[in-house]
Ligand binder design. Sequence first.
Ligand code: PCA
Length: 324
Amino acid sequence: MTMVIRGVAALALTALLSTAAQAQTKWDMPTPYPAGNFHTKNIVTFTEDIDKATKGAVKITVHPAGSLIKHADIKRSVRQGTAPIGEMIISLASNESPIYGLDSVPFLATGYDAARKLYAAQKPYLEKLLDKEGLKLLFSVPWPPQGIYAKRDINSVADLKGLKFRTYNATIGRIAALAGAIPTQIEVPDLPTAFATGRVDVMITSASTGVDTKAEDYLTHYYDTQAWLPRNMVFVNKDAFAKLSAEQQKAVLDAAKVAEERGWKASEEEMSIKTSALKAAKIKVLPPSPELKAGLAKIGETITTEWEASAGADGKAILAAFRK
Ligand code: PCA
């Protein structure tokens, strides 16, 4: 009798375990940028890779352009588990910790090699910070370098004075303030309306976002200042991740590693493709004048000093590792 009961119990357990193994995990993934943007496309490929590697057991649905959750709420939602996984631009959280703002310090790292080095120096601190929030970093990819869009000549920082300056993080707010401009935080999906209705006059962003938002409809000049390469990150709720089987976790991490490499490569290609696209759309693509360059460099120095002061010992260690 005992043998029979044991046998039945064992069978029931086996059935239960195999159901658990076959159970499908379905994740909704909020992202802030348009479906056609290279970051979003890279993320969609990342989810397809996971789907394949887990034989359909982990399905992630990407909801681009802030359609499921607005950019400003994505981190909180993933922390709370409302969404298990998400994407954001890291520097959107720079008001929470200077570590989140490092890649948007102007003129600290202006090319892809320097940006890679900066990421390597920042990564352990970024991971630690996210871990404290119950989050796990999966991968991080830069935008192409940031340049200034305007509807008239901007030959010096003084020419920015009094203009309504679109920002996407607190550091750009600081740049605007130092230039005597008026900062206004606006997300990419809202940019065309903001320009059309005169809420903003100028912005600093990539060639990529200029093309995505049809900058030619309301702007005429692009100054290729190569001021910094802000990075997005894809991150997951640690509890949600822990619920995956060991093989599924490995599939996610492997796909993340591949996505990071693919994304960095795509970003670099994007820089030249989209700069050409701006020219084709009749935007004047110009190098910054020496005066504008010098003025922006000075703002960059001020912000670097302020960043160092606010980031304390960790900040010093990161910058030392970066400058080594
Ligand atoms: N595009 C995004 C972030 C940086 C970029 O190049 C934006 O303008 O908000």
